[in-house]
Each structure stands twice: as structure tokens, then as C-alpha cells.
Ligand binder design. Structure first.
Ligand code: CP3
Length: 360
């Protein structure tokens, strides 16, 4: 815990969910931590499966009515206090000239292996390539106006998108990507640079359409060792953090398996660092100091565990983070189809009883 956390803090009255999330992102005093869950709209909810029936996942992302409905489901069904746009990190990819399909994970028709393929990629005008994304955000902001529930936008980070582009599909070690990194670094650099331009334009367009916070998902950046991470990933995160309209929307950065690169994550300039479940939160809080707020990091598998086991783990996490300035309760990765919705409700209720957080 930083020194600031131990000083007496002025009391803060009851906040609405938007104030609570935005203030937490910026490390200001809050009445208690905000709570939402990565992948909170998903297959663990029978109501989600019903809306998803008979349409492909990609169709659902483009269907404004269905996407709005499932985005809102977690508020009513599990009590989440923020809404994340229902979409995928691959939504803006067809607009770049890459064919992608879900089976059920993303699959790239022609994996990128050459400079010619990178040179052919387009950085699309987001309004032309994914108008439905901005329409979904605008409708959601209207729907959320009365409850003052905040709206998050998101994008996949260049390294993670490049990992799928080069590998062609999900993988444990992304060996093809690593091969390009070592054998043809200039091709990977060019690919990341095109993707960075795309991500900045796409996220700023989401902010303009009403996203109040944006999260960058760098799911696979933890595959790299600390030196390689500093060379290949940190500069990209810094460029994105610098080019986003963060006066309007703070930035959350998530890396899966990133315990060994935390120091670089805190150097990214992101407002909030989202920790996976393998990170020791107390150590992370000490390392963060005043540099960033934290988000996380309950093990997603606990949502399918017996209630008492889940509750005991959540209480331990709340106790460790009690009084830490700027903490957003979340899981350490996306919720899984095996989660029990009753567990999720019980978890959200627990957070509602947590104590105030001081300023950084
Ligand atoms: O958080 C949310 O509720 C918003 C929606 C969201 C989805 N994907 C919906 C989705 C978000 C933020 C994502 C991000 C995403 N997508 C990431 C980064 C975060 C992470 O989870 O690591 C990645 C790597 C992807 C790529 C992706 N999309 C995979 C690997 C898969 C298949 C695995 C799976 O869970 O089915 C998807 C499909 C996907 N994205 C689904 C959902 C709800 C399942 C689609 C369905 O069959 O209904």
C-alpha cells in the first residue's frame, strides 16, 4: 500500500456508478470499488444463448439490436455496474482486408507471412468499416442514461492481433509469430505499426461515440520475456496511450500472464493496469505506487466453484485491496461458459459491501 493510502482521506458521499468507475480509474477517492467482469455477456447466461440462437457470432456483433440486448443483460441478470460493448477484438479486422472466421476461436483465412501481405493491409475509416459498433455505443449510452451505468469500449492490442494474423489461429506458444519476430523483425514491426494506427483510430471513434472508458486487450503479450516485451510491446502501448483522447476516457491495459512484465505495464501510461489471476495483488499495488490504478484479479474458474470457496477467495482479495487507492474489482480474465450465474450475483453483492478507497 502506498503512503498516500494510509493518510486520512476526506470522506466521500455515495457515488453513482459512472463517477465511481471514472474516479477509480483516475485514482480519486471513492465510496467503494466499482465492479464489472470481462466477457460478462456470454455463454454462461442462458439469456445470452437464447439471443445467440440461430445467428453466427460475427452476425451477432453486427446486429445492433442483439448486441445492445446482450450488452445490457449483465446489469439486470448479475448486477454488474458497468457495460462493455458486445463485440470482439476481431470486429475491425475484415475492414483491413483480412478474412476472419470463428470456429469457435478466430481463424485467419490467409495467415500473414510476407512483407507484400503487410503492405496490402488497409487502415480503414472506422465509420465506414464498422458503423454498427458506433451505433451500438450510441444506443447503449441512451439506454444507460437514467441508471448512470458507465459504458466501456475496447480493442485488441497490436501484438495480440498480430499474433493471430501470423499464426492464423489461437495457439499455446504462437511459434510462427516468434519465428517472424526473430527471422524477419522488420515485417512484424511494419505489421504492428499498421495495427497501431488502426487501433488508435478505432478507439478514438468509440470514445467519440460515447465510450467513457476504453480497455486494450493484449492477451498474448505475456508470451514475451521482459526484454522482448520492452522492445516489442511497451512502445506500442505508450504510443496508443499518448494518442487516445484520455481526457474523455481513461485507458485500462490488460495483459494475460503478465506478472513478469508488470514494471513495463506501469510504464505504459495507461490509467489502469488489469492484472491476471496469477499476479500477487499486494506486490502489484506496491510496485504501482502512484503510477496507475489496478483492476482484477479473481481466478475466473472460481465462478464455477462451490459458493463458499468462491466467497472465501473473493473476501481474501477484497481484504488485500482494502484501502488501496484506485481499484476496480474484476476477474483475472474473461468469465467462462462454466460460470454459475448465482455465483456471479453473490460476488457482485460482496463487492457492494466493500469499504471506501482513498486517493492516490
Ligand atoms: O467482455 C465482454 O463481455 C465484451 C465482449 C468480448 C468478446 N471478446 C466476446 C466474445 C471481448 C472484450 C472479447 C475480447 C477478445 N476476443 C479477446 C481478448 C480478451 C481475452 O479474452 O483474452 C480475444 C483474444 C478474443 C478472441 C476470441 N473471440 C476467442 C479466442 C474466441 C473463442 C473463445 C470463446 O470464448 O468462445 C472468441 C469468441 C467470443 N468473443 C465469444 C464472445 C462472447 C463467444 C462467442 C459465442 O460463441 O457466443
Amino acid at each position: 500500500m502506498s503512503g498516500a493510502a494510509q493518510k486520512a482521506q476526506p470522506a466521500v458521499g455515495r457515488l453513482d456508478p459512472t463517477e465511481r468507475l471514472l474516479r477509480s480509474c483516475r485514482g480519486q477517492t471513492v465510496d467503494r470499488p466499482p465492479v464489472w467482469l470481462m466477457r460478462q455477456a456470454g455463454r454462461y447466461l442462458p439469456e445470452y444463448r437464447k439471443v445467440r440462437e440461430g445467428v453466427s457470432f460475427l452476425e451477432m456483433c453486427r446486429d445492433v439490436d442483439r448486441a445492445v440486448e446482450v450488452s445490457l443483460q449483465p446489469i439486470r441478470l448479475v448486477g454488474s455496474e458497468a457495460v462493455i460493448l458486445f463485440s470482439d477484438i476481431f470486429t475491425p479486422i475484415p475492414g483491413m482486408g483480412i478474412e476472419v472466421d470463428f470456429r469457435p476461436g478466430p481463424t485467419i483465412a490467409e495467415p500473414i507471412r510476407s512483407r507484400e501481405q503487410v503492405e496490402k493491409l488497409r487502415v480503414p475509416d472506422p465509420q465506414e468499416s464498422t458503423p454498427f459498433v458506433f451505433e451500438i455505443l450510441r444506443v447503449l449510452r441512451k439506454e444507460l442514461a437514467d441508471s448512470r451505468i458507465p459504458l466501456l469500449g475496447f480493442a485488441g492490442a497490436p501484438f495480440t492481433l498480430a499474433a493471430y494474423f501470423v499464426q492464423g489461429r489461437g495457439s499455446k506458444d504462437f511459434g510462427e509469430l516468434k519465428r517472424m519476430m526473430y527471422a524477419a523483425p522488420s515485417i512484424l514491426r511494419a505489421l504492428q505499426s499498421t495495427l497501431t494506427e488502426m487501433v488508435v483510430g478505432y478507439l478514438n471513434a468509440q470514445i467519440a461515440a460515447g465510450a467513457q472508458v476504453v480497455q486494450l486487450f493484449d492477451t498474448w503479450a505475456g508470451l514475451l520475456g521482459p526484454d522482448e516485451y520492452r522492445e516489442w510491446v511497451l512502445p506500442v502501448h505508450r504510443e496508443i496511450a499518448a494518442k487516445l483522447d484520455r481526457a474523455r476516457a481513461p485507458l485500462i491495459l490488460y495483459v494475460r500472464g503478465g506478472a513478469h512484465v508488470l514494471e513495463s505495464m506501469f510504464d505504459s501510461g495507461a490509467d489502469v493496469i488489469s492484472l491476471d489471476w496469477r499476479v500477487d495483488v499486494t506486490a502489484a499495488a506496491r510496485l504501482a505506487g502512484r503510477r496507475a490504478s489496478l483492476q482484477g484479479n479473481l481466478d475466473p474458474d472460481l465462478m464455477g466453484a462451490p459458493r463458499d470457496v468462491m466467497v472465501a477467495a473473493a473476501r481474501r482479495l477484497i481484504d488485500s485491496m482494502q484501502g488501496h487507492p484506485g481499484w476496480i474489482f474484476n476477474l483475472g480474465h474473461g468469465i467462462k461458459p462454466t460460470a454459475d450465474p448465482d455465483n456471479v450475483r453473490a460476488l457482485v453483492d460482496l463487492i457492494r459491501e466493500a469499504k471506501p478507497c482513498p486517493a492516490r
